[in-house]
Design a protein around this ligand. Structure first.
Ligand code: DAH
Length: 339
């Protein structure tokens, strides 16, 4: 029986040495050491041996089991390290290859201009509020003191949803919403989209953006308006920028003004950009009309206020010297990528 054990040991070790996969090793483990394995069948026969032989054969069988077990473990480790080497060889990453470049976008110039405008007014203490783009005729026209026959009410100028609902033509109706829901002192700005029945050309678009401003308090004067717009002009276009007020007419302000900024290109001397004027038209503004205040339940004898509305496209066009409005909407990355 000792010979038989020796045979088992030799053939086991041989087979283990020759195996080339962990699965094959597992099969050998069962073949030699399993319940029905070669070694177990020897141990089962121990009972037939004499009491002298029995411990010798038993001890020898244990030694064989330990040898085979140890060899299997060793071989397993060898195979695993071989597999790892193979993986490292075949799956290596060439870190010197050029990567896949991801184009990272940035804010649209209109959005970054709007953000800068908001930042400037918020730093002066204005609250940022929003209003709906679908607005009542009342808020868009009536409450803003627009006479019944005002040309802007015409269907050729304004998109009507129904007789009493329009796509807002200006951000000014947000003034009405603010005065109806807040108590003075009121200091708000409201940027957003506005809509007009215009065919697109270099200076017109059926959708564009404005930023509305409104201040209501006791003792507010045109001087406060000018000071506020001076600070805006300087923050947006540079320290030396000056403002000029020219008389104008809006239904919702009295007096009404158009506001020019000194030319950013020539500083006011006159150049190609300002067409020799030295000034560039920027926005509409004025002192809130007493009818508008009273209509919102604010006593015009106690409170006064100023308002202004500035085009965001116009501001961006002036800032970046862009001469065609349509460029903003075409989404040509060759244009947008420049800002
Ligand atoms: N709503 C005017 C427009 O769309 C701009 C404007 C002018 C707004 C004077 C104002 C203002 O608040 O006081 O042309």
């Amino acid at each position: 029986m000792l010979n038989k054990l020796k045979e088992i040991e030799d053939s086991g070790i041989n087979e283990i040495n020759g195996s080339s996969s962990t699965a094959a090793l597992e099969e050998l483990r069962i073949k030699y050491l399993g319940k029905k394995g070669a070694l177990t069948s020897i141990l089962r026969q121990l009972g037939t041996l004499s009491s002298e032989e029995r411990p010798k054969v038993g001890a020898a069988a244990n030694v064989v089991r330990q040898k085979i077990e140890a060899r299997i473990e060793q071989k397993l480790a060898e195979l695993e390290s071989l597999q790892l080497d193979l993986k490292l060889k075949t799956e290596k990453v060439d870190v010197t290859l050029p990567g896949c470049k991801k184009e990272i976008g940035h804010l649209h110039p209109l959005r970054s201009t709007e953000n800068r405008m908001i930042e400037i007014f918020v730093s002066m203490g204005f609250d940022l509020v929003e209003g709906p783009e679908v607005e009542s005729v009342y808020n868009n026209f009536d409450a803003l003191n627009a006479p019944a026959d005002h040309p802007s009410r015409d269907e050729t100028d304004t998109f009507y949803i129904s007789d009493s609902v329009v796509l807002r033509t200006q951000t000014s109706p947000v003034q009405i919403r603010a005065m109806q829901t807040r108590k003075p002192p009121i200091r708000i700005i409201s940027p957003g989209k506005v809509y007009r029945c215009d065919s697109p050309d270099a200076t017109h678009s059926p959708v564009f953006h404005q930023l509305e401003g409104l201040v209501i308090d006791k003792h507010i004067t045109l001087g406060d308006l000018k000071g506020t717009l001076d600070l805006f002009a300087q923050s947006m276009f540079g320290e030396g920028t000056r403002t000029r007020l020219r008389p104008h007419n809006f239904p919702f302000t009295e007096p009404s003004v158009e506001v020019d900024f000194s030319c950013f290109a020539c500083g006011g001397k006159g150049c190609k950009l300002c067409k020799g004027e030295g000034w560039i038209e920027m926005l509409g503004a004025g002192m809130v009309h007493p009818n508008v205040l009273a209509g919102c339940g604010i006593d015009p004898n106690e409170y006064t206020g100023f308002a202004f509305g500035v085009g965001i496209e116009r501001t961006a066009m002036r800032k970046y010297n862009i001469n065609d409005l349509r460029l903003f909407y075409e989404n040509d990355v060759r244009f947008i990528g420049q800002f």
